[in-house]
Design a protein around this ligand. Structure first.
Ligand code: ATR
Length: 478
């Protein structure tokens, strides 16, 4: 079940929120601590006015809620609300049993016994689950992972607490995979809410339409992307719709990763079939691969990892992803000399790809030493960015690989005298039209966008993951 957490101040607003999200959700949690006093007094009427099961919750400030009154008052308000046809009531583990329990039993309301920890994942979490569930209640633990190691602990709950009705939630940024793969923690439901801006939160629409979280089962093949940061990535939008189009029971999930070694352990635990790798793990991941392609060996970085019998195999689709949009121009001999701006991680695949096509390359970088070092191993030349104008009219292709222009309207070669004959290619994809490309367009240059490379490398990853071509009918929004 996908359960929507209602945090509106009136019941009417809550109903409107449900209506808006209805096609993506199966249940909702009515947080009466968010309701104004008037509406809280009539909360019992709510379940009959909606067509999905409702969880009743009255959360204290210390557990992340809004309620600041006395325990006596909270209990009284809960008891009153329990006259309504709620499917579940959430009662914190330290709340005294007695009246609340017996009323729940009388009214056929199931109890969710909950434990919150906003600081960490406690060591004794499996014992906690058992303790919470000992009277047949649903055990809920909402804890805060800070590492991949913590995620391993949470995903192990499926095995450690098998057969227990439970809800395991990893809050915060690291917890996102537990919300998407909730069925792999053995949870009966996952929560979502309007407020996707809070770290680790995810919208109802995404859970249902992008991840199909409710359809993940034992046979679902799990793929993902590792990075830090990672939640800005468009790769889930590339892979998930394509899995669906070829009717492949698979899901692609973003993982915030602090430690690559532990991630490989998690990948074993989840029996992952493969994953994409982004900054800053493209080099570190090499230590854990049993096999790598020629490109990985040559470029020294890997962005695609696939499970093969007994080992993980790494490839680099950035290399071909970069080349594909300019393939025709190269075949037809229109590119002989290229200028590559930047000498960071991203430029290496670009330079190697160009050199392999026997294109003469000059690397321009703010820090000349870095450009020289890369130039040396790739047999090309190097210069500083300030000297860019010296190359005007002498190159057929200019590739922008620095982070300058990422989310801002600046170019690393502002004022460059384009002739209009150059092919200009920016590997930044947010924004689509960077300042560098705008300047080039004004002079009539041919443009190539970072999103072309992103999409092409993603399509090639899809092939590596599934063995199928990327479905033609899928046009991902990135
Ligand atoms: P990535 O892996 O994305 O390429 P990186 O390895 O940090 O990231 O490289 C960033 C590139 O952007 C480098 O070429 C960097 O130049 P330096 O080697 O001189 O650091 C370049 N870059 C970043 N900020 C820049 C700026 N303000 N002006 C010019 N170049 C910049």
């Amino acid at each position: 079940m996908i359960c929507y957490v209602l945090s509106d101040t009136t019941l009417e607003k809550c109903r409107m929120t449900i209506q808006k999200n209805r096609r993506w959700i199966d249940a909702c949690e009515l947080r009466i601590d968010f309701l104004d006093e008037e509406n809280r007094a009539i909360a019992s009427s709510f379940p009959e006015t909606v067509d999905i099961p409702v969880i009743l919750t009255h959360r204290r400030k210390i557990d992340g809620g809004q309620f600041t009154g006395s325990e006596k008052q909270r209990k009284a308000e809960l008891l009153k609300a329990m006259d309504g046809a709620f499917a579940y009531v959430d009662l914190e583990e330290d709340l005294k049993r007695g009246e609340l329990d017996s009323k729940a039993e009388r009214n056929g309301i199931k109890i969710i016994r909950s434990y919150h920890n906003f600081e960490r994942v406690p060591d004794d979490i499996y014992a906690k689950v058992m303790q919470l569930a000992r009277r047949g209640d649903v055990a809920k633990v909402a804890v805060t992972p800070h590492s991949v190691q913590d995620l391993i602990t949470l995903f192990n709950a499926e095995r450690e607490n098998r057969g227990i009705d439970k809800i395991i939630i990893g809050m915060g940024e690291y917890g996102m995979p537990t919300r998407i793969l909730y069925r792999r923690t053995g949870s009966i439901l996952t929560f979502c809410s309007e407020n996707e801006t809070a770290p680790g939160q995810i919208s109802a629409q995404k859970l249902r339409e992008l991840y199909h979280a409710d359809e993940v089962n034992d046979r679902t093949a799990i793929y993902g992307i590792i990075g830090n940061p990672v939640y800005h990535s468009s790769s889930p939008q590339i892979h998930n719709p394509a899995f669906r189009a070829i009717k492949f029971n698979a899901v692609y999930v973003p993982f915030l990763v602090d430690n690559v070694r532990y991630f490989f352990m998690l990948a074993e635990l989840l029996k992952m079939r493969g994953f994409s790798v982004t900054i800053p793990h493209k080099i570190e991941v090499l230590s854990y691969l049993g096999d790598i392609t020629r490109e990985v060996k040559q470029i020294g970085s890997c962005n695609t990892v696939v499970r093969k019998p007994g080992l993980w195999k790494g490839s680099n689709t950035d290399y071909y992803g970069f080349l594909r949009p300019i393939e025709n121009d190269m075949d037809e001999g229109r590119i002989r000399r290229a200028l590559v701006i930047g000498a960071g991680g991203a430029s290496q695949a670009v330079i190697w790809a160009l050199r392999n096509r026997r294109i003469k390359v000059t690397i321009l970088n703010r820090t000349l030493e870095k450009a020289k070092a890369i130039a040396k191993v790739n047999l090309c030349t190097a210069d500083t960015i300030e000297n860019a104008p010296l190359y005007a009219g002498k190159v057929d292709l200019i590739v922008q690989t620095t982070s300058v222009g990422l989310g801002e309207d600046v170019s690393p070669i502002a004022g460059f005298p384009f002739t209009g004959r150059e092919i200009c290619y920016d590997i930044i994809y947010k924004p689509r039209m960077t300042r560098f490309l705008k300047d080039a367009q004004e002079k009539g240059c041919t443009l190539h966008f970072g999103e072309e490379m992103l999409l092409e490398q993603g399509k090639l990853q899809f092939e590596a993951f599934t063995g199928y071509h990327y479905p033609k009918q899928v046009h991902p929004e990135i």
